[in-house]
Design a protein around this ligand. Structure first.
Ligand SMILES: Cc1cc2nc3c(=O)[nH]c(=O)nc-3n(C[C@H](O)[C@H](O)[C@H](O)COP(=O)(O)OP(=O)(O)OC[C@H]3O[C@@H](n4cnc5c(N)ncnc54)[C@H](O)[C@@H]3O)c2cc1C
Length: 387
């Protein structure tokens, strides 16, 4: 077991950290105030990041991506957690690994433009009537000769306003099997509905989508008919580890750094509040929990890099990291007192942004259910150190 970072990892972290501090952090307040990222600025951060090789780092190098291992991806994603969702999306890309299932001409049409940042993709799985129950969807794709006709509704599609195409889940029969389709936004019958207002994540859109008898050509089928659940389980797990767990660790670290600085500066009763033991307990608990979550993230990434099935690990880490973030931001608000609740400082924004981590990409309850089921079925293999 070697916990040290090598030179390349250190350089990577340093480069991303500097890019966020110099290029993205200065934009955060404006995005928060206006609720949008100026498209000119979005283009500028995209070009700068791409020139530094920081775009689509999770994707294979032979496709033009960064070719990072899962472990290196998590190190970078932790840094991403230091800034806001929309700035990460525009600067570094949010290229979903499910697109690696593209075959033949699909690669030119959807995969490569996504890796290059020429076209943006969102994932449209959740429906008003089906969230945790991914297979409970009613969106239908019906064969029409060699083509498909897609009808249904989705909601909460992140980045939907900006995206050029969607990975959409649909049923092709009455079973619980689901199938994924690549759906261009410009197709007749595709309607972008409301941008659903959210508690946090200002600047990122989360839209309703309607598909009204949308004609799809045969090439739009992603990964084979009735194979959607397998693809989702295989590829979105890594997204969950990266975009939720690793970023939660980064966000928690950032908030704790602000809270510890404040605890050193803020004086009451003639001393820095950091000298009060009750404040120290909040700081200590946050330090301990952040480190526990971080090492769980890295361990899960290590499993992925060895080609092991990391799904149980990812469920565990998703719960641990997102709930750690929730506790850390809550303590930070407390340490900042009234200023923690006031919009003059970013703490209240972190507090709002953090709340979704326990809900999206599978709620804490759903992942706890998966962990419990795995423990009951696999026994000590899941929680003992092994031989
Ligand atoms: C900001 C945001 C961004 C999102 N981005 C996307 C996106 O890009 N693409 C996309 O497809 N979706 C997206 N989602 C949807 C998100 O993944 C779902 O909201 C989430 O999976 C939960 O589904 P739900 O909201 O329908 O809640 P429900 O499934 O209705 O759950 C309600 C409650 O019941 C509990 N529950 C449900 N099933 C069980 C169970 N088996 N055991 C115990 N408790 C259970 C849940 O834990 C929760 O507490 C986003 C949501 C938000 C808010």
């Amino acid at each position: 077991m070697d916990f040290s970072l090598d030179d390349q990892q250190r350089l990577l972290i340093d480069t991303v950290r500097r890019f966020i501090a110099e290029e993205l952090a200065p934009l955060e307040d404006d995005v928060e105030r206006t609720g949008r990222l100026d498209p000119v600025l979005a283009g500028a951060i995209f070009r700068k990041s791409k020139a530094l090789g920081l775009y689509a780092m999770n994707m294979p190098a032979e496709l033009g991506g960064g070719g990072l291992s899962a472990l290196a991806t998590m190190l970078v994603e932790e840094q991403f957690g230091h800034t806001t969702d929309i700035l990460i999306r525009r600067a570094f890309g949010n290229v979903y690994e499910v697109l690696l299932a593209c075959q033949g001409p699909q690669r030119e049409r959807w995969l490569l433009p996504a890796v290059q940042g020429a076209r943006t993709c969102s994932i449209a799985i959740t429906e008003p009537g089906a969230g945790s129950d991914t297979a409970g969807i009613t969106t239908r794709a019906v064969r029409d000769g060699g083509r498909w006709r897609l009808t249904g509704q989705k909601h909460f599609t992140s980045d939907g306003l900006f995206s050029d195409f969607f990975v959409v889940s649909a049923k092709t029969d009455d079973s619980r099997a689901i199938t994924l389709f690549l759906v261009d936004k410009s197709l007749p019958g595709v309607t972008i509905g409301r941008d659903q207002p959210m508690m946090g994540l200002r600047g990122t859109s989360h839209v309703e989508l309607a598909f009204d008898d949308v004609r799809l050509d045969p090439d739009t089928l992603l990964g084979g008919e009735r194979n959607g659940m397998r693809l989702i389980l295989e590829t979105l797990g890594r997204v969950r580890l990266a975009q939720v767990a690793a970023r939660a660790v980064g966000k928690a670290s950032r908030v704790l750094a602000l809270a510890t600085d404040y605890a050193k500066e803020r004086r009451q009763f003639g001393k820095a509040i950091g000298e009060f033991q009750l404040i120290q307990q909040m700081i200590a608990d946050s330090v301990i929990e952040i480190n526990a979550a971080r090492y769980m993230v890295l361990r899960a990434a290590w499993e992925i890099d060895r080609g092991n099935d990391a799904r149980d690990w990812i469920s565990m880490v998703k719960v641990q990291a997102s709930e750690t973030l929730g506790r850390v931001v809550d303590r930070a608000v407390q340490i900042f007192g009234g200023l923690g609740y006031c919009k003059d400082l970013p703490i209240e924004r972190y507090y709002r942004d953090a709340r979704i981590y326990r809900i999206f990409d599978g709620t804490s309850e759903v992942h706890r259910g998966l962990v419990a089921r795995a423990a009951l079925n696999k026994g000590p293999a899941l929680f003992d150190i092994g031989p």
